[in-house]
Design a binder for this molecule. Structure first.
Ligand code: C5P
Length: 309
């Protein structure tokens, strides 16, 4: 039996370029891995079976569309072996929340099955398989802080000093990532800027944000937080503005929608502030629940490995 721990992510910068002919958008995506994470356990099985526990377990698809199941099949096919594994997801990452929870489970399943099946697949090969599963899956393998270019899968690890404290406010109900990207395109067309890669420059990482990460400076990082999908997420879910305002009023240094939302992320100065802001957000009634956490943390890795099961 193998258990793998895998982080959720927040995008401290999500620069979105124009729509490409393949349906994706070019990104300058600064991923940041946080301790709020899932655990995926793999045991010997017959075929691929999947179970899930956790507060949002009823929202997780348990069929072959689940990225964990797809990851197991993809790794087995890569090695020319039968995909025999019982997978279990202990889910803490909000579902459809903009924190790459499904992608995290895909990455964790790759690592867990690789260990269970004694494949020792080199990391570059795992990263290629991860990119086939989804744009955010490679980062969940890597963890830490990284700049993702292309559709987010071309990763460059970034230097970072110390740690940062965060609060995540979880909304009722998720948002569909493709729907949020479509709304971003629609808003751009309505504003007259155009929405395709011919209309818009390729986005780049903000030097002030990179310096704030390298310096471990939460005040500077808070000032540089930026998400080009935020207007689209707010357009589809206007009440998120109340949640962002409630966290800032409670003392957060900075706030933004996490990825395509609807989870809202708040950068705070220390662990005590994280507790206080999480409690204030929960009491505010602007979210379903709030979690205090920190980062960066490492990517998907084995935490328990037991023979004979
Ligand atoms: O790669 P992934 O399966 O996570 O992407 C889900 C959807 O999000 C894509 O089908 C696309 O609509 C949108 N997307 C995008 N540009 C990206 C990443 C995702 O438009 N760079």
């Amino acid at each position: 039996m193998i258990t793998v721990r895998v982080p959720a992510k927040v995008n401290v910068q999500l620069g979105v370029g124009g729509l490409r002919s393949d349906g994706f958008h070019d990104l300058a995506n600064v991923f940041f891995a946080v301790a709020l994470g899932d655990e995926v356990t793999a045991r010997q099985g017959v075929g691929v079976t999947l179970t899930c526990t956790g507060p949002d377990a009823s929202l997780v698809p348990l069929d072959d569309t689940n990225l964990a199941a797809r990851a197991a099949r993809l790794l087995a096919a890569h090695h020319g072996i039968e995909p025999n594994v019982e997978l279990h997801i202990a889910k803490a990452i909000p579902v459809a929340g903009g924190m790459a929870g499904g992608s995290a489970d895909g990455a964790a399943a790759l690592v867990a099955c690789d260990a269970l099946w004694n494949r020792a697949t080199p990391l570059p090969e795992l990263l290629t398989l991860a990119a086939e599963l989804g744009s955010d899956v490679p980062f969940a393998l890597l963890g830490g802080v990284a700049l993702g270019r292309g559709r987010g899968e071309l990763l460059e690890p970034l230097p970072v000093s110390g740690g940062f404290h965060w609060v995540f406010a979880v909304a009722d109900g998720g948002l569909s990532t493709p729907a949020v990207f479509r709304e971003c395109d629609r808003l751009r067309e309505a504003a007259g800027t155009g929405s395709t890669e011919a209309d818009l420059p390729t986005p780049d990482a903000d030097p002030a944000l990179l310096a704030a990460l390298a310096d471990g400076d939460p005040v500077a990082l808070a000032a540089a937080l930026a998400n080009d999908l935020q207007a689209a997420a707010l357009s589809l879910r206007p009440a998120l503005a109340d949640c962002l305002a409630a966290g800032l009023a409670a003392g957060a240094l900075g706030a933004l929608v996490s990825g395509s939302g609807p989870t809202c992320a708040f950068l705070v100065k220390d662990a005590a502030a994280a507790q206080a802001v999480a409690e204030a957000l929960t009491a505010s009634g602007t979210c379903r629940t709030a979690h205090a956490t920190y980062g960066p943390v490492r990517g998907a890795h084995v935490i328990t490995s037991a023979d004979g099961e």
